[in-house]
Design a protein. Structure first.
Lengths: 188, 188
């Protein structure tokens, strides 16, 4: 009777694997401890490149990636660059958009809600007097970030609003932005 | 005598343009107000893609990018994906590495310090019980992020340490992570 279970997917996620993962973490909470990593090399001016490959999680070093991901930060001409890549504060918006989206999709799946379409638009305000050190009362980071979410799903508006609020609270990147997270910088 | 000034570069940055930018902002602080943007579309499961192109800054809409940047978030198999891309919390590390690097390079240039090499290694810890909602006392985001910086520069160790501390304080992404930044999510 249950032969279909192993391949049942909702929102592209394997339901059996979801249940197995959650059961394993409930039994051994340390499996939920992950360490993510990046290595970055300065190239010139506002251009630098990151390599991302290994991480630790689920009790072991991951070896699923045979080649590293590489991403280039750049700056537009108005910020002294040549558009070598998106700039770091734009990559932060990409990370935030992706994390809120994946958190939404995951918890929709856990609730049995099929998502048909999901798109987000983000914008955030920065006053560069902070970066430049011209006014020490101005915070160098984002003042605020707004996410507009377009969703088509087989559920009520109330269920959508609940999912949106839940995703905002449980998204790792959104939580990292909303909450003060300590960053240490040391010389190697 | 000053014919060389217009093309003098330090750490790959045009010194004359740096001075002009800072003078313009000192005279008209509203030129420092920027708005950055991203648009993201869910594909399937933990895969989604961002488009980044336009932004507002220096008093106008920027039109320097004729084609948009595109970046794909994915997840590794242990997180129910197929390594379609780096995952969002890894992209956050890329953004943070790039921002601290560019802030360091910029303020080194402003102080007349030539940087020969600069590389960073980042790692950060996350307990996925937070994302999964299995333990509401666990924060879903990074617990802490460590940056190790390798620098070769024509200055003293004390000057390097000062620059590192200053960059940590003035980097827009680092400040966004270290400080609580409000994020709103609304239905479009």
């Amino acid at each position: 009777m249950n032969t279909q279970d192993q391949t049942t997917r909702i929102n592209g996620l394997d339901q059996a694997q979801m249940v197995q993962t959650i059961d394993a973490i409930k039994e051994t909470p340390s499996l939920a401890r992950f360490q993510f990593r990046a290595r970055n090399t300065w190239i010139d001016g506002g251009e630098n490149r990151s390599t991302i490959q290994d991480f630790y999680g689920a009790g072991r070093e991951d070896d699923s990636r045979t080649t590293p991901f590489q991403f280039t930060n750049g700056e537009p001409p108005v910020l002294l660059g040549a558009n070598e890549g998106a700039n770091p504060v734009e990559f932060l918006l990409h990370a935030l958009a992706g994390c809120v989206t994946t958190t939404f999709i995951l918890h929709a799946a856990a609730r049995g809600i099929q998502i048909r379409e999901l798109a987000t638009e983000l914008d955030g305000d920065i006053d560069l007097q902070g970066l430049l050190g011209l006014d020490e009362t101005v915070s160098p980071g984002y003042e605020q970030i707004r996410i507009k979410m377009h969703v088509q799903a087989d559920c009520t508006d109330q269920e959508l609003d609940d999912l949106m609020a839940y995703s905002r609270e449980h998204s790792p990147v959104c939580n990292t932005v909303c909450r003060p997270v300590p960053v240490t910088v040391t010389r190697a």
